[in-house]
Design a protein around this ligand. Sequence first.
Ligand SMILES: [Zn+2]
Ligand SMILES: [Zn+2]
Ligand SMILES: [Zn+2]
Length: 496
Amino acid sequence: MSELGELDLSGITTAQERQILDRLLRGDFDQWAEQAARVGHCAHPIRLTGQQHTVQAATGSIRSTFASASLPDKVLYVRCNNRRASCCPSCSRTYQGDTWHLLKAGAAGGDKGVPDSVASHPMVFATLTAPSFGPVHAAKKPGSKTQRCRPRTRGEVCRHGKSLSCMEIHAEHDLLAGQPFCADCYDYDGHVIWQWWAPELWRRFTIALPRFIAKWLRVTRTQARKLVRVSFAKVGEYQARGVIHFHAIIRLDGPPTDDEDFPSPLVDVDSGWLTELVEQAVGSVEYQAPVVSGAAPGYRLRFGVQVDARPVHRRAGRDDLSGAIHPETVAAYIAKYSTKSAADLDPGVRPANPHLARVRATVAQLAELAYGTYPPGLPKPPNPYLLLGKWAHMLAFRGHFASKSRRYATTMGRLRSARRRFEHARAFSPDGGVDIAALNQELADDEATLVINDWRFVGTGWNTPGDAVLVAETSAIAREHAGAGRAQSRNTRTTK
Ligand SMILES: [Zn+2]
Ligand SMILES: [Zn+2]
Ligand SMILES: [Zn+2]
């Protein structure tokens, strides 16, 4: 209850104030607060009524029963699990944590059934960008104080007479960052078509890399697979100009054996060598995009010329001069971007972003062009752009934001089900404590017990707007505390 003193309840309506007071004065407030904490102060939880029985499979005897009727609002709250920070700050943090664990397991091992030894495999952290569609204002890079946007001493201008020089230093969230110097010069068609085919470019990269490896080893691809396997995890992130780029961890393993799922490659190669091959493979990828209609130009698509590929290894320090990077740093960096979406780039609270508005308008125009190619009433032959309009909100990116090859590490599904079991165990236990050993045992012999669920969906969100305010404020405080705790433990680590 001590945190309540820190709640910032300014700006609430009188109705909300009354609802909050009602809630605080109820006899079962503590139990309700506990419930809110158990769903991690989710912003829009799902409300369920019903019950759950855990039954001993062999004997049929009921080991425990849990019913929503015993809870304060007579409903069970369940997390919304939305990964986007703009929808639910709490659940997106959990998603981010899960992503981090997954990526870290694959990069550093020692977790989720991935052995420590993977950290010594050849590994690369690569960023695959889009090409330029015209000069845009650039925010300074994190950490840099002095990076000027686009200094040009000769006063360069475009054919519309607009200046292509900017001496300013733009902060990361500066509204100018990502805006083109001249919207009439900017190739919006090229931008949208590139974005639409970005997943295809990535797919072609994943095919090209093993080819380059086989070529270097002077063996066929089939022979190469008996020596070395490529696995990867990647996330997509929007740059300020509204175009996606991919951050990827690329790792080499040997072919799995009966004893080992993640053995070392059977050839003597290192991360530096892999870095070069990744750069060559990225540079080799191209795709001739089908034309939208006879009226639009065709595009030969490639990744941007600037490929940032860095070796990943355990020995790398904070500012490794060779450019190498530590596995945990990579995992944290990638996970940070996994909760961003196009909506976060252009939130409604900010003044409209004219550049992104124009990207969306171009998506709509090209979609219409794709439709308009065919006489009305006749069956349409397959046109790969027919669904383009449905992806306007994603600025034409239709791929997965986070994906990994099958063998990279554990799956998000397995992580989620383990956490569900944990949260359940906590919901059942009278004091909120969980016997981890017993839970692990239960996970191990899953067949021993049978869980019978009988739940009905009631609705989403908290009972009243007042409850929602209370939960959101508590959540913000909890996050602040967690952040302070982490900063502290970071400090103690670095002062060692
Ligand atoms: Zn949520
Ligand atoms: Zn600028
Ligand atoms: Zn121009």
